[in-house]
Design a protein around this ligand. Structure first.
Ligand code: HEC
Length: 332
């Protein structure tokens, strides 16, 4: 009981810190923590973005062709301060308003694309923002923040590989055929994890592989889990373990794709030149750029050499894992 009270007051604190928490539009809908958590708007534009989002973000979220709702910067740069859609101070001449009211004359008459236009839904009380409030917002719209002109040097220009991509990238680097084709792109045999949404029915039973997939940051429609957008300590650890397993197997099988310039049985010190050459080859194979001398040197002296005293398989496995964990490998 005391725990529940404490939780309730934490929830209230969080809510009051962000102004009104946004209630779910449909109170009977299943609650997803990531949706019902209070979201803090950083300014008026952000507030409008969050209020419009339930009707728009399914088609205009991250990675959409037109990601207006991916974040505040996208909302402002692509939509709000794009005169093709919003004429500052003049809602009547703003094509966005016309689109929301289902009377636009451009390529698209209305938004959302299907069903009733936004204004009709708003008049039925199904939206978080009314047309009056939207018009007022455009009337009072401040000019864009001058400090945000031009490209943002801090903007993230890479993204993590998705769980499926990470598994495929490893398979390709290790010379195994990637299971190209329709999602979930995962091998049905071997140690690879499986998407719980895999069409192969039996694999729903394979909890170990399924859980590995989820821990790698993969999505699950059944479990209502979104794909993890960034690498977290947990997903990176799972990826390292996966790489460990796949690399070790490839090294044990003396995979010809892995051992181009050195044989797995060659021992130091005689083999040093071949080992270095093979490390450079693997570097390029995994990271798609020529290996800098310093990188080859570091992989040889800090990764290969210490592990070689155990055996060469462990040493090559460690080199392989180090390359797979490289930021160049796990991002896109
Ligand atoms: C069911 C999917 C869907 C929903 C929901 C949706 N849109 Fe769209 N929207 C599209 C598609 C598809 C396009 C055309 C994409 C393209 O041209 O690349 C589009 C285009 C647009 C455009 C550009 C139109 C043009 O003339 O170039 C704007 C602005 C827009 N949507 C705003 C919104 C807003 C605001 C909402 C929420 C009220 C919304 N959309 C909801 C699918 C959707």
């Amino acid at each position: 009981m005391r725990v529940r009270n404490a939780l309730a007051s934490i929830a209230m604190l969080a809510a009051s810190a962000c102004g009104d928490p946004l209630p779910p539009l449909d109170a009977s809908a299943p609650r997803d923590a990531s949706v019902s958590a209070p979201v803090c708007a950083t300014n008026r534009n952000d507030e409008i973005r969050l209020k419009l989002a339930p009707q728009c973000e399914a088609c205009h979220g991250a990675r959409a062709g037109r990601p207006f709702f991916e974040n505040l910067a996208a909302f402002e740069d692509l939509l709000v301060y794009n005169p093709a859609f919003v004429v500052r101070g003049d809602p009547d001449r703003s094509p966005l308003v016309a689109m929301l009211e289902g009377r636009a004359t451009g390529a698209y008459r209305q938004m959302p694309l299907g069903g009733d236009p936004f204004a009709t839904r708003a008049s039925r009380g199904e939206t978080r923002v009314s047309m009056d409030e939207l018009r007022e917002w455009i009337r009072a719209l401040p000019p864009p923040d001058p400090s945000r002109q031009g490209p943002d040097p801090a903007a993230i220009t890479t993204r993590r590989l998705s769980a499926d991509e990470a598994i495929n990238a490893l398979a390709i680097a290790l010379g195994q055929p990637a299971n190209s084709g329709v999602p979930p792109l995962l091998a049905l045999d071997g140690p690879q994890p499986l998407s719980p949404d895999s069409p192969a029915g039996v694999d729903y039973q394979d909890t170990l592989r399924r859980d590995t997939y989820l821990m790698l940051g993969g999505p699950s429609y059944l479990a209502q889990r979104r794909a993890e957008p960034t690498w977290s300590p947990g997903s990176l650890l799972t990826f390292s373990q996966l790489a460990q397993g796949m690399c070790s197997r490839a090294a044990a099988m003396n995979n010809a794709q892995l051992f181009k310039f050195a044989m797995a049985s060659e021992r130091l010190p005689m083999a040093e030149a071949n080992v270095r050459r093979n490390i450079a080859y693997l570097y390029e194979r995994f990271l798609h750029e020529p290996a800098p001398m310093t990188a080859v040197d570091a992989l040889f002296t800090r990764v290969y050499q210490p592990a070689e005293s155990t055996n060469t398989r462990v040493a090559w496995t460690q080199v392989c894992v180090a390359l797979a964990r490289d930021p160049l490998f796990i991002t896109f």
